[in-house]
Design a protein around this ligand. Structure first.
Ligand code: KG4
Ligand code: ZN
Length: 329
């Protein structure tokens, strides 16, 4: 079974081929056009997807060494995401599926992020907790079984990735902010500035990062780099505040659900300090991370989940729409 996955929900134009649970190719074209604006411009994202989608899909097929006529299924992200961006991928997938006479099935981007953990650990067993941390989402899920998902809690305002992106802008760093802050923080002191960790004294599983961003903004108003506190110290302290907030609620989720496995997914899951701290603080748990390539948006996770869904009975149709605000299942 050869599955072509297509992902265009935000600013990555991506295509991948999965064959019997193995990723044969994974092509991601990250749209650099947004960097000068410090965030994704939806109209530009749609236009870039339209320009790139054919090339990216062709390249994913070439790299996989599978022939176009040997593709059995197309799976495509239909939400959540930017509507114009989603439409580009969905229309392309439906047209190609019709042309080739093969089924097309819609995929929820968030579910695919969570399932990227099965790419890292095929023997991952239910139930487990998943921290889904991306540019658009910060959620804790109790994954009890296939299509048995309980949302334990999420952010009240900004997502963790957004806190990294906006924080980087305040610090004068580039976009996307997560890797920029992580790099800048490398030799910094995480305890140099005491940034707030919102909602960590409540028993509710919910996050808030907007106050943290504001406190960085005020802090930087009067900041002058010195021996006592460098920009690297500020970045490290800010990063640490985000990570502490995430770990605090992972702990609550693990206690509440009584699971023995914790997974993370989404772009922020690339952060090495988060990974190290998670392993260290939860040493009694099995901890799974997706490969770096499968944390940020990609189509490998879309093709992989497409294959699982087809095998478990999902039906193809061409009348599915896009769901920019998907809250799944
Ligand atoms: O999953 P993703 O590619 O897109 C969404 O579905 O939103 O996540 C992108 C987010 C961005 O906010 C980016 O700053 C963040 O992931 N990110 C990181 C790192 N790499 C990417 N955040 C922290 N540390 C990183 N190393
Ligand atoms: Zn994503």
């Amino acid at each position: 079974m050869n599955i072509l996955g297509i992902e265009t929900s935000c600013d990555e134009t991506a295509a991948a081929i999965c064959s019997n649970g193995k990723i044969l190719s994974n092509v991601v074209s990250s749209q650099l056009i947004h960097s000068e604006f410090g965030g994704v411009v939806p109209e530009l994202a749609s236009r870039e997807h339209e320009r790139l989608i054919n090339l990216v899909v062709e390249e994913s097929i070439q790299r996989s060494s599978i022939k176009l006529e040997n593709i059995n299924l197309i799976s495509v992200t239909n939400g959540p995401g930017l509507s114009g961006a989603l439409l580009t991928g969905v229309c392309f997938a439906k047209g190609l599926g019709l042309g080739l006479g093969i089924p097309v099935i819609p995929i929820n981007h968030l579910e695919a992020h969570i399932f990227s953990n099965f790419l890292a650990e095929p023997n991952l067993s239910y139930p487990f907790v998943c921290l889904l941390v991306s540019g658009g989402h910060t959620q804790l899920w109790h994954i009890k079984g296939y299509e048995e998902y309980e949302l334990l809690g999420e952010t009240r305002d900004d997502a963790a990735g957004e806190a990294f992106d906006k924080g980087a802008r305040i610090l004068g760093l580039g976009y996307p902010g997560g890797p920029e802050i992580e790099k800048c923080a490398e030799n910094g002191n995480p305890n140099a500035v005491n940034f707030p960790r919102a909602l960590t004294d409540t028993n509710k599983i919910e996050f808030s990062f907007s106050g943290l961003k504001t406190s960085l903004l005020y802090y930087m108003d009067s900041f002058e780099s010195s021996k006592e506190c460098s920009l690297s110290d500020v970045a490290s302290s800010y990063q640490q505040a985000i990570i502490d907030s995430l770990l605090n609620k992972i702990n609550l989720a693990a206690l509440k659900t009584n699971v023995n496995t914790i997974t993370i997914a989404g772009g922020v899951a690339k952060n090495q300090i988060l990974r190290d701290k998670l392993k260290n603080d939860f040493s009694n748990y099995k901890i799974i991370f997706p490969d770096f390539n499968y944390c940020t948006d990609n189509a490998a996770m879309i093709s992989f989940l497409g294959e699982i869904k087809l095998k478990l009975g999902s039906k193809s149709s061409l009348d599915f729409g896009i769901y920019p605000n998907f809250k799944f299942l």
